[in-house]
Design a protein around this ligand. Structure first.
Ligand SMILES: Nc1ncnc2c1ncn2[C@@H]1O[C@H](COP(=O)(O)OP(=O)(O)O)[C@@H](O)[C@H]1O
Ligand SMILES: [Mg+2]
Length: 243
C-alpha cells in the first residue's frame, strides 16, 4: 500500500549539506502494524513527515496504493486517508474538544466520549474543554491521537504516542492500538521506544542515522535487545555497541 523508493531528504545550511534521511526503501502492506524505532535524531519523525507530505523528498519516490504521491500536498494525502499524529501536536485555538473530534471525523459517525476513553482520558472532564485552555502536553497529545482515531483512515502514523503520558493512560492507549489493529483494515505506523507497543508489531523497522538499519519481527528484535548494550551511543561509545 505504501512504497518508499530510495527516498532521501537533505538540508542545506551554513555548514553545508546534511542527509537526514538517506536512500530509504520500504514497503508497508495493508492491515499491518509497523513499529519504527531507533536512536533519537535518527530520522524517524522526518520519515513520517515525508510520508504525510509535510516535507518533500530531495530525491526518490513515494507511492500510495500505486499512486505517485511524492509531491502531493498534505491536504490531498489527507483525502487519500493518510493521517499523522505529531510528536508535538499543534494547538488549535477557538474550538473545544468535542468540536475538534467531530471536525476530524467528517462524515464518519463517532462517539467522542468513547474516543477520549480510548486514549485514557476521563471523557466527561475533557469533552467541553477549550483546546487552548492550558491543556498539558500529555493531554494535548492524547486529544490529538483521539482525533486521528476519529478519522476514517487507511494509513495512520503516530509519532511517539507514549510521550508525556502516564502509565495508566499508556496502558489504555496500547490496548486501543491493539484493538484498531485487530478490528480495522487500517495500516498503522507507530514511532515508539516502548516495548509494550513493540509487542503489537507485525514488523519492527529500525532507523538509525537516516537509514533503515534493520527490518525484523518483534521476537527477534526484542530478543536481540537484551543481548545488546542499550546506552545508545553508537560507534563512538567506548563500549562499542550501537542501540
Ligand atoms: N528542518 C530541519 N533542518 C535541519 N535539521 C533537521 C530538520 N529537521 C530535523 N533535523 C535533524 O534531523 C535529524 C533527525 O531528526 P528527527 O527526524 O526528528 O529524528 P527522530 O525523530 O528519529 O528523533 C536530527 O538531527 C534533527 O536535528
Ligand atoms: Mg522524533
Amino acid at each position: 500500500m505504501l512504497e518508499l523508493k530510495n527516498v532521501s531528504w537533505t538540508v542545506e545550511d551554513n555548514h553545508g549539506r546534511t542527509d537526514i534521511v538517506k536512500n530509504v526503501s520500504l514497503t508497508l502492506h495493508d492491515h499491518k502494524l509497523y513499529v519504527v524505532t531507533g536512536p533519537n535524531g535518527g530520522g524517524k519523525s522526518t520519515l513520517a513527515k515525508l510520508v504525510m507530505g509535510l516535507i518533500a523528498p530531495s530525491s526518490g519516490q513515494i507511492l500510495f496504493d500505486g499512486v505517485d504521491i511524492t509531491h502531493m500536498p498534505i491536504t490531498e494525502r489527507a483525502k487519500l486517508q493518510i493521517g499523522y499524529a505529531f510528536q508535538t501536536p499543534p494547538v488549535f485555538k477557538g474550538i473545544n474538544v468535542r468540536e475538534l473530534l467531530t471536525l476530524a471525523a467528517g462524515e464518519k459517525e463517532i462517539n467522542p466520549m468513547q474516543l477520549l476513553f480510548d486514549v485514557g482520558l476521563c471523557a466527561g472532564e475533557y469533552i467541553n474543554r477549550e483546546m487552548d485552555s492550558g491543556l498539558s502536553g500529555g493531554e494535548l497529545k492524547r486529544i490529538e491521537i483521539a482525533s486521528i482515531l476519529a478519522r476514517d483512515l487507511k494509513l495512520a502514523l503516530f509519532d511517539e504516542p507514549e510521550a508525556g503520558i502516564d502509565l495508566w493512560s499508556f496502558q489504555r492507549l496500547a490496548e486501543t492500538f491493539d484493538k484498531m489493529h485487530r478490528q480495522s483494515d487500517m495500516t498503522l505506523m507507530i514511532i515508539s521506544h516502548q516495548e509494550r507497543i513493540m509487542h503489537l508489531a507485525d514488523e519492527i523497522i529500525v532507523i538509525d542515522s537516516g537509514e533503515v538499519r534493520e527490518i525484523t519481527d518483534k521476537n527477534t528484535f526484542l530478543g536481540s535487545l537484551t543481548l545488546k548494550d542499550s546506552c545508545g551511543c553508537g560507534e563512538t561509545c567506548e563500549r562499542g555497541v550501537s542501540f
